[in-house]
Design a protein around this ligand. Structure first.
Ligand SMILES: N[C@@H](CCC(=O)N[C@@H](CS)C(=O)NCC(=O)O)C(=O)O
Length: 218
């Protein structure tokens, strides 16, 4: 049993869980994981054993519990600094934190209308003006981040993988599930995220989950 355990919601649906897990997985440190199937009659009671907010993900490190995806990413970045989960340059780091916070706090329309369903493909969903506005803002964020780090600096938002990529990875998955039309650079970024071995491992696990949730908002 590792000293670190991450508690996750269903891998197919829980975008917040994916964010924290991906940041942790990228460190290559050993950890255990526990998936709690959400939206079952006993889910809330089980989740509350691991997370005081009643929501997942949550991370246990020894005696410490950290809940909330962004707080977990921050904690992982601080605990394992050699993995450079934030950009080293202060200006880039500030930008990476700003776009991560914007994802964490926003894009309600996108999250509501295009929920994560990483193992599935649902082309042709109606894209409302609000959802399109979220998509446009996300493409603009990605363009801006890529412009800051310069040409030929790696495939991720700030060149190498950072927490910002963990925060936007479920968006790349949603864009693929719903076959969203994207500008070329955004499509290339989504391809880079979806090709990550860690994402492929998560998708394989999501396919092995028997549960299907019809009505959800993750
Ligand atoms: N702000 C939280 C949101 C966590 C969240 O909403 N988790 C969902 C799963 S993706 C959950 O636990 N839902 C269970 C429920 O609401 O009962 C975070 O960033 O971790």
């Amino acid at each position: 049993m590792a000293d670190l355990t991450i508690y996750l919601g269903n891998k197919n649906y829980s975008s917040w869980s994916l964010r924290a897990w991906l940041a942790l997985k990228r460190t290559t440190v050993a950890f255990d994981e526990v998936v709690v199937p959400l939206y079952q009659p006993t889910s809330r009671e089980t989740v509350l054993k691991y997370s005081p907010s009643g929501r997942l993900p949550a991370l246990k490190h020894g005696e410490l519990t950290v809940w909330d995806s962004l707080a977990i990413c921050e904690y992982i970045a601080e605990s394992f600094p050699t993995f450079d989960l934030w950009p080293k340059d202060p200006a880039m780091r500030a930008a990476a934190r700003a776009v991560s916070a914007e994802m964490h706090a926003g894009f309600q329309a996108l999250r509501q209308h295009l929920p994560m369903n990483i193992r599935s493909s649902f082309p042709g969903r109606e894209i409302t003006a609000e959802v399109q506005a979220d998509i446009n803002r996300i493409m603009s964020i990605w363009r801006d981040c890529r412009a800051r780090c310069g040409e030929g600096q790696g495939d991720f938002l700030f060149g190498h993988f950072t927490v910002a990529d963990a925060m936007y990875a479920p968006v790349a998955s949603r864009f693929r599930t719903y076959k969203i039309e994207l500008e070329r650079e955004a499509a290339a970024y989504c391809d880079a995220i979806m090709a990550m071995p860690e994402i492929q491992e998560w998708i394989t696990a999501s396919r092995n989950e028997p549960m299907v949730v019809e009505q959800f908002e993750f």
